[in-house]
Design a protein around this ligand. Structure first.
Ligand code: SF4
Length: 314
């Protein structure tokens, strides 16, 4: 058994069978740090697809994307239950009526148990959340809002051009939880400028806020991005794989053991990559993380002892 709470067994226990996510790529997606609302150029690591490299083309309708992806999982894994996943860009940045229509289309399938929606902390508000609560209740679907955070280091959030700070993230999570919806947080544990203290504080803040799921990524560098420019100019170096493994294990030790890990190791796009996962396969990195847990004789949550008045606990 893994030393951290894995997503696939969590889904299987909850729904009584294996469940797969069906990515959906909506046309015309963007982000407020791309179009000038809070900034230009987007996050320095993000390519032109807005993290949509694993998706089908946005020229296909939502129904076509759902059907094609479903067919793939049905054939390959004999799957029967799915989560519809609006993956690209900041989906709740869309005008409300368009967002509503897209979500209704994306959840128009009998075999769904939930819907996951990727967005940014500064694009979460009461109007969208109220609609999602109605959807959850009327359709009996679990709703998970996936927030990109990447780091709690608010100096670094400025440096990577996120266009929001830590405060907006805290507000977004508290708001999502008040509405009774699930929240996933995406974190990159090896951003240039972050150290182990940032990694630990990220785990602590995510735990303190009651986040449900975490997706971990290691930084990959796509040609043509601002990050690639800095990398080629020698403005930063990437930490070693060994140090990255240490960071992942330490992060998980500080994380609430109830939080489910949706992804332990990220994957970059196929093409135009300057750096990705130390040219090592994801499963070797996973094995190294497992081995480090064994070497430390620890597991997720083994250092989760800092909430509820640590100094006065008996
Ligand atoms: S918010 Fe997400 S999709 Fe938008 S630029 Fe940043 S990483 Fe890319």
């Amino acid at each position: 058994m893994a030393d951290y709470r894995e997503y696939a067994p969590y889904l299987e226990a909850k729904y009584g069978q294996r469940v797969y996510k069906l990515p959906i790529n909506l046309p015309g997606g963007t982000c407020p740090n791309r179009d000038g609302t809070v900034g230009r150029g987007g996050c320095i690591f993000c390519d032109a697809t807005g993290s949509g490299f694993q998706c089908l083309s946005d020229t296909k309708t939502i129904a076509e994307q759902l059907a094609e992806n479903k067919e793939f999982y049905k054939k390959r894994f004999s799957a029967h239950k799915f989560i519809s996943y609006l993956q690209t860009y900041s989906n709740t940045y869309m005008p409300f009526e368009r967002f509503k229509q897209a979500v209704l289309e994306a959840t128009d399938d009998e075999d769904l148990v939930g819907v996951a929606i990727s967005t940014r902390p500064d694009c979460v508000n009461d109007e969208y959340l109220s609609f999602l609560v109605e959807l959850k209740e009327s359709r009996n679907l679990d709703v998970d809002i996936e927030l990109g955070l990447q780091t709690v280091n608010y100096h670094n959030l400025v440096d990577i051009n996120r266009g929001h700070t830590l405060a907006e993230y805290i507000d977004a999570v508290l708001r999502i939880k008040r509405y009774g919806l699930h929240c996933t947080t995406h974190v990159i544990l090896n951003l240039p400028g972050d150290d182990l203290l940032d990694v630990i504080e990220s785990a602590k803040i995510i735990s303190a806020l009651g986040v449900d799921f975490v997706k971990l990524h290691s930084l990959y560098i796509v040609g043509g991005t601002e990050l690639a420019r800095r990398y080629e100019a020698g403005e930063f170096t990437i930490i070693s794989l060994e140090e990255y493994v240490q960071r992942v294990v330490t992060f998980l030790e500080y994380l609430n053991p109830e939080i489910v890990i949706q992804r332990l190791v990220g994957k970059g796009p196929q093409d135009n990559l300057l750096f990705c996962n130390w040219d090592t396969s994801w499963w070797k990195i996973k094995d190294a993380i497992d081995a480090e847990f064994i070497a430390r004789n620890s597991k997720q949550g083994s250092r989760f002892d800092y909430l509820n008045g640590k100094a006065v606990k008996k």
